[in-house]
Ligand binder design. Structure first.
Ligand SMILES: Cc1ncc(COP(=O)(O)O)c(C=O)c1O
Length: 376
């Protein structure tokens, strides 16, 4: 089996994990957690990074810190992994699903602007949805596949309509907008170190921010809000969302290799684009000027989607369709979906993600390309 995007364990992972085991520092405190946080803050150009058990939890905490409350709304793209929407639901708020741009496969900013202009009003500096008077508190751009939207335009819109930005940068480690790292442009940004991501700690996440107060609060909320170093005195209802040291040790080893992994992802992207760009109706996600995408998961679009998925998977070349759009999931069908002609549905039904692990061999890339060509 050639896996879609599997971990590349080829650095100091064993050494650092052994260190944790030898010293018994395996649990929720330890030097690797701090080191991992320092490395992420430095890499993303943010002042603070707080490690969490996974990306979903980083999103949940960020939304709480953005003061998203029960009965509020949060705007999120309709084409995303379910964790983005679920993290909103955990707060008691509801998602508003925004359709995507057919070329970039990210949230459609024209549609968003039109929606804010026509469907909302500002009252006491709160963005209110006219039809039910509920507050839209925040927006969660998702940097789908490591691509990004026009963040300057989004920031201008959120300033005008008084919305906080929580970036779902879970797929976008190593992606930049005008030289600024993903996750560093909003109030907070969140990353995932799940096994399929560009680096992994097995499971893990990170919240980054430049705001000291929010950083302190994030650490507090992820550690059961223990307010006294000795006594078990907790000053609010909080969570056990902290990353453990033994997993952070893997994360540190992976961070050391990140520049090399990013280079390999780019090589894979160049290779596939060269091989596939003139085949049938194949086309790729558009990357707008000013954006440097990490090329995390190689995905293309074609009407032959089903045939390609069948062919590749039968040959042990693990390939996947895009996520089922949020408005089609049973728990979200009744939520607001802002769309003109369901582009998320269209992209979902035509996209294919193909193997692109950083340790993939050149012969494997060639075999996969040949198998795709044979479908036309
Ligand atoms: C877009 C998106 N959001 C959120 C997540 C959640 O991250 P995690 O799996 O670490 O909880 C992921 C990845 O799995 C993702 O791809």
């Amino acid at each position: 089996m050639i896996f879609l995007s599997s971990p590349n364990i080829s650095g100091n992972e064993w050494k650092y994990v052994k260190d944790c085991l030898d010293t018994s520092w395996i649990s929720s405190v330890g030097s690797y957690v701090n080191k991992f946080e320092e490395m992420m803050a430095e890499f993303t150009g943010t002042k603070y990074a707080i490690a969490t058990s996974n990306g979903t939890m980083a999103l949940h905490i960020s939304l709480l810190l953005a003061e998203v409350k029960r009965e509020n709304y949060v705007i999120v793209p309709n084409l995303t992994f379910v964790a983005s929407a679920n993290s909103i639901t955990y707060t008691g708020a509801s998602p508003i699903f925004m359709d995507i741009d057919e070329n970039t496969w990210q949230m459609d900013l024209d549609l968003l602007e039109n929606f804010l202009q026509t469907e909302t009003e500002l009252i006491n500096n709160n963005c209110i949805l006219k039809k039910d008077k509920r507050i839209i508190r925040a927006i969660m751009p998702v940097h789908v596949l490591g691509n990004m939207i026009d963040m300057d335009r989004l920031i201008a819109l959120t300033n005008k309509y008084s919305l906080s930005i929580v970036e779902d940068a879970t797929e976008a480690l190593g992606s930049y907008y005008k030289k600024k790292h993903s996750g560093s442009l909003g109030l907070m940004g969140c990353f995932s170190f799940n096994g399929n991501k560009i680096i992994t700690s097995g499971g893990g996440g990170m919240l980054v921010t430049d705001n000291e107060q929010l950083a302190k609060k994030a650490k507090h909320l992820t550690t059961q809000a223990k307010a006294d170093p000795f006594e078990y005195y907790h000053d609010e209802i909080a969570y056990n969302y902290r990353l453990v040291n033994i997993l952070a040790a893997i994360g540190v080893a992976q961070m050391e290799q990140l520049p090399g992994f990013l280079l390999r992802k780019k090589e894979i992207d160049v290779y596939y684009k060269k091989e596939l760009s003139k085949i049938g109706d194949i086309c790729f996600q558009k990357i707008m000027p000013g954006i440097e995408a990490n090329q995390w998961l190689f995905t293309f679009r074609s009407k032959q989607q089903k045939k390609i998925l069948k062919t590749l998977n039968e040959k042990g070349m693990q390939s996947r369709p895009f996520w089922v759009p949020m408005n089609r999931l049973p728990m979200y069908t009744n939520e607001l979906y802002i769309s003109e002609n369901d582009k998320s549905g269209k992209i979902y039904s035509e996209c294919v993600s193909i193997p692109c692990s950083t340790h993939i061999k050149d012969e494997e890339l060639q075999a996969i390309s040949e198998s795709i060509k044979s479908c036309y």
